[in-house]
Design a protein around this ligand. Structure first.
Ligand code: OXD
Ligand code: MN
Length: 586
């Protein structure tokens, strides 16, 4: 018996549209997981892995044309085009419903429609949101089982008259010319057609928890951000919580699970989340952050026992591997895994592969889906319905030049400007050219569900309401020397920058005031036990005023598209930065 009448009638209506042979309500039980896994193994939607080496794990390969988020096929469908803004694709809602409705019509004939109720956040939390995803993919159901709290727990949590996000997904024909990821923020609805790639089809993740939730946050006074959340325990036992926004595939998962270097004894890192933060002002005037997800959908290539042992251990059981190399011995392998590849296997395209074949075994955006509860350093607070209090927010991206290792903004408004002017080299997480610098404000460019100028306004307006705001910093692990070599070792040593951040929050670390913000003095960073030259540190902390003046031009170009909607404060920030650069000693 379904208590929520709207849910019952919507499922009926969508069933009539999609015309599945069968409708199955998902309860979230272990027996159900086993049954669905068996069924998907039977049809080869999933492939088995060695049960001894990878207990509870399965393998999946997506269509070759369907391995990353397709931003050009992702739309915000609100009534007025201006409300989507210049950085989103827009489609009129009526047109979208009718065009893609025609694709959904009969799309599940011969298939089963699974009804997946799910919670983003924890059951009973005042801050959680509930969605129901209808899908014709067992792969989606099993991924949603890891990434969200789903099944009966969600249905029981959904109030009789409560709103929920209506999420409809069909694989369709997996034809890139018939693929649409549509968001209807005004109707709390998501439609995804023609894809099987996680970011396009696990609708609780990017679609609900960022695009729809950012719109909800605007109207309800909170923020949905593309941020990891981490707790750093200092040698004195105190834990400082930090949220950090980096674009896709720039190391959020690695930072969230960092292992301190041996030369920093007494530090410990606690993972709260690796991708999404829902942030609210608490009664104490601080910002409190919740990770709405229950699992990690991490990039596999480059993940190893050296770069991220905690991720490797998290994904060692009960996980789903997508588009990695399938070894003939029933194991998985990917480039940068740090171990010898199997002698033979099947690559992500489904072709026979050997280490000699000269092809990549895994797709650069191959993924693991793993339960967060299995992370060896999961924070005891990770399911706290109130979240954790933030002392600092970090922005960052991949910049071979320009941005120093770390710097602190002057205040909330300046920090918002620093976030809004973020730029990063593109990665394989979205289709398109890789390695091109693109501006990506707050790492939200592909995920803001409404006009970004209003999003900037929302950030600025939050400032005065936060009586005890976190400090805002920018970090860049990816600065290179003139020979194109990374100047900073990264990974565990990134803790040295976080340590400076924490000491800045406590008022105990030195800094030099520069035109862009406060930059560490050379001896304020803890570099004990790190083999790095003075010259490299100098380059990492260097501010090149001419390069920043050039950067101002590029910021301006990006901001121009918002016209008069751009907050005035940003014009002032640009002018002030320009003036400070002019005065800066050379
Ligand atoms: C992700 C992404 O999958 O940002 O987290 O693409
Ligand atoms: Mn992400």
């Amino acid at each position: 018996m379904i208590r929520n009448k709207e849910a019952a009638s919507w499922v009926e209506e969508m069933t009539a549209l999609c015309k599945p042979d069968k409708v199955v309500w998902i309860d979230g039980s272990e027996q159900e997981r086993q049954r669905l896994t068996e069924e998907a193994l039977g049809t080869c939607e999933l492939l088995p892995l060695d049960e001894q080496k990878l207990p509870g794990c399965v393998y999946h390969r997506t269509a070759e044309n369907d391995v990353a988020r397709t931003e050009h096929l992702t739309f915000i469908c609100c009534r007025n085009e201006e409300d989507a803004g210049p950085t989103n694709n827009w489609m009129d809602p009526q047109e979208a419903y009718s065009k893609v409705g025609a694709m959904f019509d009969g799309s599940m004939r011969g298939r089963t429609m699974y009804v997946v109720p799910f919670i983003m956040g924890t059951a009973g939390s005042p801050f959680r949101k509930i969605g129901i995803e209808l899908t014709d993919s067992i792969y989606v159901v099993l991924n949603m089982r890891i990434m969200t709290r789903m099944g009966d727990i969600a249905m029981n949590d959904l109030g009789e008259n409560e709103e929920f996000t209506k999420c409809l997904h069909s694989k369709g024909e997996l034809d890139i010319n018939r693929r649409y990821i549509l968001h209807f923020p005004e109707d709390n609805t998501i439609w995804s057609y023609g894809s099987g790639y996680g970011g396009n089809v696990l609708l609780g993740k990017k679609c609900l928890s960022l695009r729809i939730a950012s719109y909800m946050g605007l109207h309800e006074g909170w923020m949905a951000e593309h941020m990891l959340i981490v707790g750093i325990q200092s040698p004195d036992g105190e834990i400082t919580y930090i949220a950090a926004a980096f674009p896709s595939a720039c190391g959020k998962t690695n930072l969230a699970m960092l292992i301190p270097p041996d030369s920093m004894p007494g530090y410990k890192v606690w993972t709260v989340g690796d991708d999404i933060a829902w942030i609210r002002i608490g009664p104490d005037g601080r910002l409190w952050a919740v990770n709405p997800e229950a699992g990690f959908f991490g990039v596999a290539p480059g993940t190893s026992m050296k770069t991220n042992p905690n991720a490797m251990l998290t994904a060692s059981r009960n996980s789903i591997f997508t588009n990695v190399l399938l070894g003939s011995d029933g194991t998985v392998w990917w480039e940068g895994m740090g171990v010898e590849p199997p002698a033979e296997g099947i690559d992500w395209r489904g072709n026979p592969w050997t280490p000699q074949s000269g092809e990549k075994g895994s797709n650069p955006n191959a993924r693991f889906t793993a339960p967060a509860s299995q992370c060896p350093v999961i924070s005891p607070e990770w399911e706290n319905p109130q979240g954790v209090p933030l002392s600092a927010i970090l922005f960052g991206g991949r910049r071979a030049k320009l941005a120093p290792l770390v710097y602190e903004s002057f205040d909330w408004s300046h920090g918002t400007f620093v976030g809004a002017t973020m730029a990063s080299e593109t990665t394989a997480a979205a289709t398109g050219a890789v390695g091109v610098v693109r501006r990506d404000p707050m790492a939200m460019l592909p995920f803001c569900g409404y006009n970004m100028s209003k999003y900037f306004r929302h950030w600025l307006d939050m400032g005065p309401k936060i009586t005890n705001p976190p400090k805002i910093f920018n970090v860049n692990w990816f600065k290179k020397d003139d020979d194109g070599k990374y100047l900073w070792p990264g990974y565990g040593d990134n803790l040295r920058a976080l340590d400076w951040v924490i000491r800045r929050c406590k008022g105990t670390a030195q800094a030099q005031e520069t035109p862009i913000g406060f930059v560490p003095t050379k001896d304020s960073l803890n570099l004990d036990g790190l083999d790095i030259s003075d010259d490299a540190i100098e380059k990492l902390l260097e501010i090149d005023p001419d390069a920043w003046v050039e950067e101002l031009g590029s910021m301006q170009k990006f901001f121009d598209q918002f016209g008069y909607d751009l907050p005035e404060e940003f014009m002032e920030q640009q002018q002030e930065l320009n003036k400070r650069l002019g005065r800066w000693k050379r």
